[in-house]
Design a protein around this ligand. Structure first.
Ligand code: NAD
Length: 357
């Protein structure tokens, strides 16, 4: 498929290729939509097998950001950037400063942040060259680590699912199994434990497992035990692609609600299998929007407390998504995609006439 055909298929506005041989930069910035506001999304550093793979990934990820911001009710569009290279060797101050200058050249149409293999420190270098970056250190005016806000939103999304399934959002006495007790999973465990939930854990890191068991109690499960666990909620907070032909058949929990991105290996097929199995699935990009809400709050200059309040509203969004899916007989992912598209259409319509501001 030609590049323009791929852009047309996914509906992108603009794609910028960035090259600076002096620092080894080969980057692509994809702006999917600015209908709701500036295109925001992190910069992923990855050693893609080919240029085609890098382009495909940035196009797919930037489109996802449009939907995530729209359904979260934010005045942000969708964008993403990738830097093609080996994260163990390519990183340097000059690389990120060079990339920051390319971001700056877009004059705010695209706002970056950290993503896979990029860190707060890397964003501090980007920030030396452009104001259009979020998630840099608190001491430079950034909002720092978004994971507590992501976990708080996820906690409220789980409460919404519990209310739909059991008639009460209360987590007390419920058994919740968290896969991945890293940055987000750890804070989710903390909120659930404070709410009186019983916890089960799965992770590949013995060290992280030991920490959560010591702090919050609970039991450790291996991978197969995790997917077949007798519990109320599975909360995948580790990696993508975990809801697939192997795992879905094993699931006994009535609810899946976790922060990991791209949980469904195949959005349509696995989404439908989950729906037919009678499992309530909170779409990942809806329940994990707390990080984006945090960044949006950073851009508006509002407080951490306001970001936490807005993340708690994921409770209402998840309920609206599940109710829409039920009413229309569609999957929750289809329902959230529709809600996002409806909002983009409605808000874009407001901008039909010019205001002098
Ligand atoms: P992290 O790297 O801090 O934690 C991930 C944890 O998963 C680690 O403890 C790791 O050991 C574990 N893990 C990795 N592979 C595993 C496997 N195969 N089985 C079991 N455990 C495994 O990452 P994070 O920031 O906590 O993010 C977790 C997920 O949430 C990711 O998918 C991320 O994209 C998504 N997410 C994070 C944020 C955020 O604010 N950090 C926001 C939105 C979405």
């Amino acid at each position: 498929m030609s590049v323009f055909a791929e852009l047309a298929e996914l509906g992108h506005e603009q794609v910028v290729f960035c090259r600076d041989d002096s620092v080894g930069l080969r980057g692509i910035i994809a702006i999917h939509s600015t209908a709701l506001g500036p295109a925001l999304g992190g910069t992923r550093l990855y050693n893609y097998a080919s240029e085609k793979d890098a382009l495909h990934d940035v196009l797919r990820l930037s489109r996802g950001m449009t939907y995530k911001a729209a359904v979260a009710g934010l005045d942000l569009g969708g964008g993403k950037a990738v830097i093609w290279g080996d994260p163990t060797t390519i990183k340097s101050e000059a690389l990120f400063r060079s990339f920051g200058r390319f971001v700056d050249s877009l004059n705010g149409r695209y706002i970056t942040a950290e993503d896979m293999n990029t860190t707060v420190e890397d964003m501090n270098y980007v920030h030396r060259e452009t104001e259009w970056v979020t998630g840099h250190s608190a001491h430079t005016g950034g909002s720092g680590d978004p994971s507590p806000v992501t976990a708080w939103g996820c906690f409220h999304g789980i409460r919404a699912c519990l209310e739909v399934v059991y008639g009460s959002p209360d987590v007390a006495g419920r058994t919740i199994a968290i896969q991945g007790v890293g940055a987000v999973g750890y804070h989710l465990a903390r909120f659930l434990s404070e709410g009186g939930a019983k916890l089960l854990f799965n992770d590949i890191s013995e060290r992280k497992l030991a920490r959560v068991v010591e702090e919050f109690g609970g039991r450790v499960l291996d991978d197969d035990e995790y997917w077949s666990a007798e519990c109320d909620v599975l909360a995948p907070c580790a990696i993508g692609g975990v809801l697939n032909a192997r795992t879905i058949g094993m699931i006994r929990a009535p609810i899946i609600g976790g922060a990991a991105n791209n949980q469904l290996a195949n959005e349509r097929i696995d989404g439908e299998t989950i729906e037919k199995a009678g499992i309530t699935y909170a779409p990942d990009y809806v329940i994990n929007a707390g990080g984006l809400i945090n960044v949006s709050s950073e851009l508006r200059g509002t407080s951490h407390e306001k970001a936490m309040q807005d993340a708690a509203n994921i409770f209402n969004t998840v309920k609206a998504v599940i109710n829409k899916a039920k009413a229309a007989g569609i999957t929750t992912t289809e329902a959230s995609n529709q809600l996002a598209e409806e909002r983009i259409e409605a808000v874009a319509r407001l901008r039909r006439f010019h205001l002098n501001r």
